[in-house]
Design a protein around this ligand. Structure first.
Ligand SMILES: Cc1cc2nc3c(=O)[nH]c(=O)nc-3n(C[C@H](O)[C@H](O)[C@H](O)COP(=O)(O)OP(=O)(O)OC[C@H]3O[C@@H](n4cnc5c(N)ncnc54)[C@H](O)[C@@H]3O)c2cc1C
Length: 458
């Protein structure tokens, strides 16, 4: 039975850097990976989807050539095999880099196969049982497949199988109008597919403020994506053209017929076949591993990091989990998940950059607050670039003057949001930024202007 100081299960965003830190601290480490090194983000999540979004943006901009005084002679076509090849060429170095770096790491032994607990301090891979006093679970998640009547009778795609698509679906039906579904929807529409998004809720990305949902819906609608909301009762069946989705929407036809079906209705943790019962590790009702604020499970020596702990669903939160655990175990730190400020982006075009509380959450909190909004049409840089869709919204605590949150749906919103996020980490009053002199012409230059126009949130 090989004995180690630590075992890392899964090579997502937290496992590999933690393995490196542990080895650097002189620990003997085993890393277990059952499929692709680098996990979801590298192979079927962030990296490939943003590569696809970039190809889609190029196609969209090419079609807008006349807006910029550019002449393109002949039709604009998208070569889906080349789009996929580009995406693969971006994914491969990242995946290979993670694999190579772990396999060449002295003090680290890599096991390829499915890891499963057989005891609180032992994990079995193939026929080998590994033992260690510390075990770090970084097994991530996968696409949820809902119990939708008829789904077992029709072929469907998820974010993972979408990675093999090297053709143009005639009509892509996306079930799920949230972050993952909308990125694919806009990209494939721009590649040339007819696209319908079916969403159970009355609006897209329903956890965002209503004006944000509406702004995103308007952009997608203007690009010809059909949106079917309030689809409370969905069933699917085979159809001569591919698949038929029966929807019980308040508006529109009762059936959506498409060539391909993409399920984007959420994620579930990869904890169901991990032998957690053999280790006594507790999960919540949805299978997320229960952790404390320092990512310790209920079993001493076992930690859970990344999407599988339900405390975050992003690469940056998984990475931060690594930083918290490494700092606390190796550097005598006292870092906590509670110190993290919520931040994320939706990579439609334009993107949505979000940090902190939404307007709805601020209102619910009942605290006195100030708000400023600005349409992107008023931003000269956006105007110059011909990309004026969207708006920006900032919320500030009236008493402390500190930022509460922001929603920046517009050109470079995914980048600009960090100027506010950093002020939030600094706990700086908004007046610091309000008096800063930002560079012209940028989108960020308008943030001080917005802050000078804060008004009461009524
Ligand atoms: C389509 C899509 C787009 C996304 N876009 C973004 C984005 O733009 N920005 C962002 O921040 N986040 C994005 N995410 C989320 C992001 O990918 C995840 O939050 C991130 O990968 C963190 O995951 P993780 O470290 O928890 O584990 P993962 O990356 O999921 O990796 C887990 C690893 O564990 C392995 N594993 C699982 N079980 C076992 C086992 N029993 N034995 C051995 N190995 C095992 C898996 O094979 C996998 O390699 C996206 C997700 C999707 C699906």
């Amino acid at each position: 039975m090989p004995k180690f100081d630590a075992i890392v299960i899964g090579t997502g965003q937290a496992g590999p850097p933690l393995a490196r830190r542990l080895v650097a601290a002189g620990r003997k480490v085993a890393v277990i990976e059952r499929k692709h090194f680098g996990g979801t983000c590298v192979n079927t999540g962030c990296t490939p989807t943003k590569a696809l979004v970039a190809s889609a943006y190029a196609a969209h901009t090419a079609r807008r050539h006349a807006d910029y005084g550019v002449t393109i002679v002949g039709p604009i076509a998208v070569d889906m095999k080349a789009v996929k090849a580009r995406k693969d060429s971006i994914v491969a170095p990242s995946r290979n880099g993670v694999e190579r770096s772990l396999k060449s790491l002295e003090g680290c032994t890599v096991y390829q196969g499915h890891g499963r607990f057989v005891a609180p301090n032992a994990v079995k891979v193939g026929e080998t049982v590994l033992e260690a006093p510390q075990i770090f679970i970084n097994v991530g998640g996968r696409a949820s497949v809902p119990a939708m009547p008829g789904l077992d009778q029709v072929p469907y795609l998820t974010n993972s199988s979408m990675m093999d698509v090297d053709f143009l679906p005639k009509h892509l039906v996306v079930v799920g109008g949230s972050y993952i579904g909308l990125e694919f929807a806009q990209a494939y529409r721009r590649f040339g597919s007819k696209v319908t998004v079916i969403e159970m809720a009355p609006r897209l990305i329903a956890r965002e403020d209503e004006d944000v949902s509406m702004g995103v819906a308007d952009v997608l609608d203007a690009e010809g994506i059909e949106l079917r909301l309030n689809a409370t009762c969905m069933t699917v069946e085979k159809h001569a053209e591919g698949v038929a989705v029966n929807v019980d929407c308040t508006e529109g036809a009762p059936q959506v017929i498409g060539s391909h079906l993409l399920l984007a209705v959420g994620r579930r943790p990869n904890t169901d076949d991990l032998g957690l019962d053999k280790a006594g590790v507790a999960t919540d009702a949805r299978g997320f591993i229960t952790v404390d604020d320092q990512l310790r499970t209920n079993v001493p020596g076992i930690f859970a990091l990344g999407d599988c702990n339900g405390r975050g669903a992003f690469t940056h939160t998984a990475w931060n989990d690594f930083e918290i655990v490494a700092a606390n175990l190796l550097d005598g730190g006292e870092r906590r998940v509670a110190d993290r400020i919520a931040a994320y982006a939706l990579y439609t075009d334009p993107p949505l950059g979000r940090c902190g509380m939404s307007e709805t959450e601020v209102r619910k909190s009942g605290r006195p607050a100030l708000i400023a909004t600005m349409p992107m049409e008023d931003v000269s840089r956006a105007f110059e670039k011909g990309e004026t869709n969207g708006f920006m919204k900032i919320l500030v605590d009236k008493e402390t003057k500190q930022f509460l949150g922001a929603a920046l749906f517009g050109l470079n919103g995914d980048e600009i949001v960090h100027t506010i996020l950093d002020q939030m980490y600094a706990k700086a009053p908004y007046t610091v930024m309000a008096r800063a002199v930002h560079i012209h012409p940028t989108v960020t230059e308008l943030l001080p202007t917005m802050l000078q126009e804060l008004r009461e949130l009524e």
